[in-house]
Unconditional design. Structure first.
Length: 315
């Protein structure tokens, strides 16, 4: 089995998730490639060392450039704060690496275009971390839509609510900085909504009117206890949208809504039926079609199983 050298830059929640996934991927998916956890990077040498031990990396570093220029590394996961995505990804592509960059792509349209241009000029393969389209229920929903089960798609509605930052007493973090994170709920949460919207409607958004809000404008400065620091990106966002293919919709997101841990919820309305999905019940898909007997009609629940790829890979 061919090995592929992995470098992970950033050791937070997503860096850990990527590392665990790489370790399991060969046995789960049987691709013929065996990822080798070569080197992990964190600005803190102590944290990098600990992550290397915990996750099984051969080496560690506190300098991301060492990962980019390492000949033993074939693929790099960029799991750092958003304002560093462009510089690291472009350098990795220039070095001939494959790149998995976490979302959002960057903090500006200009940087994103430079990243796209670098990818086009590179021999490396690239991907941005919009993983929710790989849920077996979501892929089955797309197959139903493409088969015409609900007719022509007329509307798409989706919200993604989480309570990560709902507590106003939670200290300020880089995710609340426009300089470091770019947008807040918009880039961190709503971007997943847009990814799913494009995937299910088969089209891209062409027109939008929206609104954003900051709910907790001040938070405690973790570097200066007793002092407050301003939040300058959005806690909540909502928008009316129209897609290139004429589908209309409403999308929204919040990082400050109590009670939701991963509250991605969407509906696709067609001329012959409706499909509904909730990420917190990720094994269920609700389907209504007008062909049902009016005396007994209603939404039926489809429970995903081995017949819904890639579910069977995990058995």
């Amino acid at each position: 089995m061919k090995e592929i050298g992995i470098g992970v830059i950033g050791t937070g929640f997503m860096g850990k998730a990527h590392s665990i996934a790489y370790s399991a991927s060969a046995s789960v998916f049987g691709t013929g490639l065996r990822p080798r956890l070569e080197i992990v990077c964190d600005l803190s040498p102590d944290r990098a060392s600990q992550r290397a031990t915990d996750l099984g990396f051969n080496r560690y570093t506190a300098d991301w450039r060492e990962v980019v220029n390492d000949p033993a590394v074939d693929l790099i996961s960029v799991c750092t704060p958003n304002d560093t995505h462009a510089e690291i990804s472009i350098a990795a592509l220039a070095a001939g690496k494959h790149v998995w960059c976490e979302k959002p792509m960057s903090t500006s349209l200009g940087d994103s275009r430079e990243m796209a241009d670098a990818a086009a000029d590179s021999t490396g393969q690239t991907i941005i971390g919009y993983n929710y389209t790989k849920n077996p229920a979501v892929t089955h929903a797309r197959r139903l839509i493409e088969s015409g089960a609900i007719g022509r798609v007329a509307a798409f509605f989706c919200r993604y609510d989480v309570d990560n930052e709902a507590d106003g007493d939670r200290p300020w973090s880089w995710r609340m900085s426009r300089d470091q994170s770019g947008t807040g709920a918009n880039g961190d949460v709503l971007s997943h909504v847009i990814s799913v919207a494009h995937y299910l409607t088969g089209s891209t958004i062409r027109r939008v009117v929206g609104d954003i809000a900051i709910v907790h404008e001040q938070r405690e400065d973790p570097q200066n206890k007793g002092s407050q620091k301003s939040v300058d990106n959005d806690d909540m966002v909502a928008a009316l949208v129209q897609f290139e293919n004429g589908v209309h919709g409403h999308i929204g997101a919040s990082r400050v809504t109590w009670g939701y841990k991963c509250g991605l919820r969407w509906e696709v309305h067609g001329t012959k039926g409706t499909i509904i999905f909730e990420q917190e019940r990720l094994n269920e898909l609700k389907l209504f079609t007008r062909q049902d007997d009016p005396a007994t009609d209603g939404f039926r629940t489809i429970l995903t199983g081995p017949q819904h790829p890639p579910y069977s890979a995990f058995l």
